[in-house]
Write a protein that binds this ligand. Sequence first.
Ligand code: FES
Ligand code: FES
Length: 176
Amino acid sequence: MDITLKVNGRPEQFSAQPNELLVERLRDGLGLTGTKVGCDTGQCGTCVVRLDGRSVKSCLVLTASAAGGEVATIEGETTRGGELSGLQEALRQEHGTQCGFCTPGMVMALGELVDATAGGEAPTEPEIREWLTGNLCRCTGYHSVVRGVQRACAAARAQAPAAEPAAASAAAGQEV
Ligand code: FES
Ligand code: FES
């Protein structure tokens, strides 16, 4: 079947089998290997990307079901000049990454939380940890990741123009 997708702002058009997974299209079809495959069964979160703004586990999404949508991967987070996103920089400063295998999925999942709360209340530590339950990390013990998210949220709120009442409620859960 013929499918169109926008990936990191760039239009893509291709033919795909009905059972093709989005992670296969990204990695094997488009060469975006920053998205990792850890478990292939929806448990580890290394494959998280954003589809139409929401974080999803791309090993659980059929490419066909994403047709017409907008996909953001870790490759789109860093600028062409190599500048890190706010969350990436905060994780770097708090040592929130070690081997780095989980980091692309973490950044894509947690970035949704940072963005959603930028104009309102900062997420509490329990809320951050709940958000993190879909992303496994064998190295960091999560403490430094939580600190990185807190740092990123503080920076994002400092830059946000005004509070938006609906923003804080978005911290209720991620769609993964
Ligand atoms: S590869 Fe583990 S959740 Fe997708
Ligand atoms: S930094 Fe190694 S798995 Fe998370």
